[in-house]
Design a protein around this ligand. Structure first.
Ligand code: SAH
Length: 263
């Protein structure tokens, strides 16, 4: 009997099919079977698949049905792809799916993807880090049906006053603002919400403050597939002055460039 094939967990990127990696696209082209997260992954990515490839949408499947399908396909084919939104390692149930495959003796590989956190910042031309303003990004969510581990409440994380990218939290904007205000942020602090970042023709960018972002999102009918970014660096593109990054500073030497003597 031949050995089972390999199951690849491929990050499809945030929406725009062109934001998949070259490696991810190569695996789609090569795949014998693809299981994709229907409501979140662009159908356009499937156009690269061969006509003989078995393609299935997982939107109505339970985790058990997903892993059973993957194991079954791996017993019949060489290359099986599980196409996931953004990066598979962020809120993607990756470990839950890999463990049954491990138990079944199926080889597994992961191809990273562009997360919606990065795509949302890019859509709004924002940097998640800025010298002397914030050098830290926290990728998190507010507590919903999934309980937060100890010391990871939004209130505790917000106390760091760095950049926070909030997944899966758009329906809880009132609670988000409350947690940040309790942690010392101000009502006038800026908030960015991006819905369907990078989806051609569907992306929405909403800017507001902790005080009014909820009303603005309600007005725009944004209730799903949206990233919330709060950061002391938001809007820096339009500040009168910013600290420059040492990386491109003429007076700063690094491995690839000597400091300019006159600076
Ligand atoms: N693995 C994915 C996240 C999956 S969880 C990633 O790395 O992006 C689903 C959450 O991701 C949504 O609730 C929303 O907060 C966010 N999200 C996914 N796609 C998005 C997009 N195109 N624009 C904005 N937010 C998105």
């Amino acid at each position: 009997m031949s050995l089972p094939g390999k199951v690849w967990f491929v990050g499809a990127g945030p929406g725009d099919a062109e934001l998949i990696t070259v490696k991810g696209r190569g695996l789609i082209e090569q795949a014998d079977a693809i299981l994709y997260a229907g409501s979140l992954v662009s159908q356009a990515a499937l156009n690269w698949a061969q006509s003989r490839c078995a393609i299935e949408d997982s939107k109505d499947m339970t985790l058990e049905q997903i892993t059973t399908w993957l194991i079954d396909q791996a017993h019949r084919h060489t290359t099986v792809v599980r196409l996931q939104t953004g990066d598979p390692g962020l809120y993607g149930a990756l470990v839950e799916m890999v463990r049954p495959l491990d138990q079944a003796g199926i080889e597994v590989g992961v191809v990273p993807g562009v997360s919606s956190a990065m795509a949302s910042a890019a859509a709004a031309v924002e940097s998640l880090t800025l010298p002397e303003i914030t050098q830290t990004v926290i990728l998190t969510r507010i507590e919903g049906r999934t309980p937060m581990p100890e010391h990871e409440s939004l209130y505790e994380l917000a106390a760091h006053h760095c950049t926070l990218c909030l997944f899966l939290s758009i329906t809880l904007l009132k609670e988000v603002s409350r947690a940040l205000l309790d942690a010392g942020w101000r009502e006038e602090d800026p908030v960015l919400v991006v819905q369907k970042a990078s989806w051609p023709g569907e992306e929405k960018i909403v800017r507001g403050t902790l005080a009014d972002i909820r009303e603005r999102c309600i007005a725009e009918r944004i209730t799903s597939q949206a990233m919330i970014i709060v950061s002391p660096a938001l809007g820096a593109r339009h500040w009168p002055d910013i600290r420059r990054s040492k990386l491109y500073d003429p007076g700063f030497s690094h491995r690839f460039r000597k400091a300019h003597p006159s600076s």
